[in-house]
Design a protein around this ligand. Structure first.
Ligand SMILES: Cc1cc2nc3c(=O)[nH]c(=O)nc-3n(C[C@H](O)[C@H](O)[C@H](O)COP(=O)(O)O)c2cc1C
Length: 398
């Protein structure tokens, strides 16, 4: 049972709490999607059409969610996706996220764009930490950076490949929350409207750590987020090819996972380049607004590469039942970004942990209702297909 449920009974409760606490621009940066937010909505809507099948009288008094990922046992088939902003949601948010994951016994991914140095997170949080890499336009610099990630002790590297150019997030232009941050009267008004966040997060950050910045960037890129010299183009790379993935494979001895794969051909190419896993992800609806929901493309990708590599999925997971559906459709692991960010904004580490606990409780309940005892039993048999209207109704015909 929850140590403290914080008055949050589902992820939407944490989302509402985050909305109350955060300045508008920051909340929207976390919460919203690209352009018309079709992909964002579809990520959720696609789950509703998938129905689960129960098996009753199965003595489900003994059940567990433990599973193996990259040879390690984790407490549930769930991990935290990389997000670079937890440090802006509550003071020390990135360390809190990682501690919550360690407490829940699941992996947490640190983002290249984190605002806390990777060494500090590893030292303070412990647990199973993965690292997410954006390959910058200076490829040599990126490969050198990987050496540092290796030396810090990470064993799993996730390379994100779905953002060759910056996304179109019009609301961020309207609300003034853009990188580099420029203080405008509009932005200042938003910050002042949330004095609690201002005092406990931003002012504390300024006093104890100085201007928030991408702390993991090499000195060559380490401009402050507010600097006029901040080179946005240096953060995105529209020249990457599969050869760059091969070069990364040559440099990285640990598990290599490619994030942002949305078709079977690309998944096979990733496997051919020697990747150990793919993350089926549309970046939570934050990049291509016409993207399919990941749960819709997951079965195709799992069928193509599931035997060769680990298949992970994220984007839009908010309920334990969503996780069970993805596992039934061929995923080995589910990840999520916003749920634990909402939790972090709501109550720091305790809020992030509450988000994970909600997922765990919901998964456990759904497994019991389906008559399942362990993760290995989750398969296609858990899914219910409505009879096709095109099929003749045999009973009526006889
Ligand atoms: C605020 C925010 C920041 C993110 N930053 C990164 C990042 O730095 N690198 C990355 O690969 N993905 C990033 N993502 C995408 C997540 O890793 C993940 O794919 C997405 O959040 C999944 O969708 P969900 O939020 O619906 O769970 C970010 C997502 C959010 C919400």
């Amino acid at each position: 049972m929850a140590e403290d449920d914080l008055g949050a009974y589902n992820i939407e409760d944490l989302r509402r709490m985050a909305k109350r606490k955060l300045p508008r621009g920051i909340f929207e940066f976390v919460d919203r999607g690209a352009e018309d937010e079709v992909a964002l909505r579809n990520n959720r809507a696609a789950f509703e059409g998938i129905k689960l099948k129960t098996h009753v009288l199965a003595n489900v008094s003994t059940r567990g969610l433990e599973t193996q990922i990259f040879g390690k046992t984790i407490k549930m088939p769930f991990a935290i996706s990389p997000t670079g902003t937890a440090g802006l949601l509550s003071y020390g948010g990135e360390v809190g996220l990682a501690k919550a994951a360690a407490k829940a016994g699941i992996p947490c991914t640190l983002a290249t764009n984190a605002m806390t140095p990777m060494e500090e997170i590893v030292e303070e949080a412990g647990g199973e930490l993965w690292f997410q890499l954006y390959m910058w336009s200076d490829k040599a610099l990126s490969l050198k950076f990987v050496e540092r990630v290796k030396s810090v002790g990470f064993e799993t590297l996730i390379v994100t490949v779905d953002g060759p150019v910056p996304p179109n997030r019009e609301y961020n232009r309207r609300n003034g929350f853009e990188v580099p941050l420029k203080y405008s009267p509009r932005l200042l008004a938003q910050l002042l409207a949330k004095p609690g966040w201002l005092a406990t997060c931003l002012l504390r950050q300024f006093i104890q750590r100085g201007v928030p910045k991408f702390e993991n960037y090499p000195p060559e890129l380490m401009d402050s987020l507010m600097s006029k010299n901040f080179k946005r183009s240096s953060l995105k790379n529209d020249t990457l090819t599969w050869d760059d993935l091969k070069a990364l494979r040559d440099r990285w001895p640990g598990n290599l996972v490619v994030k942002g794969i949305l078709n079977g051909d690309d998944a096979e190419k990733a496997a051919d380049c020697g990747a150990d896993g793919v993350i089926v992800s549309n970046h939570g609806g934050r990049y291509l607004d016409s993207s399919m929901a990941t749960i819709q493309i997951l079965p195709e990708i799992a069928a193509r590469v599931g035997e060769r590599m680990t298949v992970i999925v994220d984007s839009g997971f908010r309920r334990g039942s969503d996780v069970i559906k993805a596992l039934a459709l061929g995923a080995d692991l589910v990840m999520a970004g916003r749920p634990t960010l909402y939790g972090t904004a709501a109550a720091g580490e305790a809020g992030a942990y509450r988000a994970l606990e909600i997922f765990r409780e919901e998964m456990d309940r759904v497994m019991a209702l389906l008559g399942l005892h362990n993760v290995d039993e989750i398969g296609h048999d858990c899914l219910w297909q409505p009879p096709s209207v095109a099929e003749p109704n045999r009973a009526a015909a006889e």
